[in-house]
Design a protein around this ligand. Structure first.
Ligand code: SAM
Length: 264
């Protein structure tokens, strides 16, 4: 089994919140429709980061449980909710694999994280809390270095080089993509008796500067400021050298995969 360290996002909360592109509103609208989320709905945002799913859904539902194993992300989300006066998100520090759940949830949403979890264990744990018709949604967001534009390839190569320079290649477990290919997420759902309803895609045009690209990199598990250590300034200089001062553009893809507990 592929295993991830549990502290990979240390020091990223501020960058995550500021520089990750938000999931498109159209994605949330589509998700709410498909799940038939009412104002009385209860939702879990599992592996919530600083609340990329919890905040946009909070105004549409009754209650959200936002869970993440990294204390810093939860503290950031909680402080942001206080500042914004959002009172219906409960913030909990816990691993998804052993979070204490109470009652029924209409939707469990997992953003950019399912591949990091012990997927079968997590889904089995959710099942008793999903009434018939309730859903599990996996949300995925695009990354600026995955794409065919010349600047995207240059950025990809630059980040690969810096993973070696900083000696941090081991922050991403080897073979994680092959493991998912061999046993795709939809199979995990089907084994647990959930009905897989498909993947729904959305795209947005995005513009980046060298500052926002660096900010995005600092939000990652694999090359954040903690990983770069005393090489942060050298990295930023190099990034400016390869990207330049111009604004760069590309389409970013977002998607969600949906599984449902069948109505009997
Ligand atoms: C890439 S971030 C995703 C944040 C946010 N959900 C989003 O949609 O962008 C991955 C998050 O998963 C959390 N995470 C990873 N493994 C976890 C686990 N086993 N239990 C709970 N949280 C976990 C990390 O702490 C991190 O905040």
């Amino acid at each position: 089994m592929v295993e991830y360290r549990s502290d990979l996002f240390k020091g990223t909360a501020e960058y995550y919140d500021r520089f990750r592109l938000p999931y498109p509103t159209a994605l949330f609208d589509d998700l709410r429709n498909r799940v038939s989320l009412s104002e009385r709905a209860r939702v879990v945002d599992l592996a919530c980061g600083t609340g990329q799913i919890a905040f946009p859904l909070a105004t549409h539902v009754s209650e959200i449980l936002a869970v993440d194993q990294e204390e810093e992300s939860i503290a950031f989300g909680r402080a942001k909710a206080d500042a914004l006066g959002v009172t219906n998100i409960r913030w909990v520090v816990s691993a998804a694999e052993d979070v204490a759940l109470e009652g029924a949830f209409d939707l469990v949403a997992i953003g950019n994280a399912f591949h990091r979890l012990e997927r079968g264990v997590v889904v089995e744990r959710l099942l008793p809390h999903l009434p018939d018709g309730a859903c599990v949604a996996l949300l995925w967001g695009g990354t600026p270095w995955r794409g065919e534009r010349p600047w995207q390839r240059t950025l990809f190569e630059t980040l690969e080089r810096w993973r070696d320079t900083a000696g941090v290649r081991d922050r991403v477990p080897q073979g994680w993509e092959d493991a998912i290919d061999r046993d795709p997420h939809e199979n995990v759902f089907r084994r647990a008796g959930l009905t897989y309803e498909g993947e729904f895609r959305f795209a947005v045009d995005a513009q980046w500067t060298v500052e926002s690209l660096a900010g995005f990199v600092y939000s990652t598990s694999f090359l954040n400021r903690q990983a770069l250590g005393d090489k942060v300034s050298d990295f930023e200089r190099d990034l400016r050298r390869v990207i330049g001062d111009e604004v760069v553009e590309a389409e970013m893809g977002f998607a969600y995969q949906l599984a449902r507990k069948a109505r009997r």
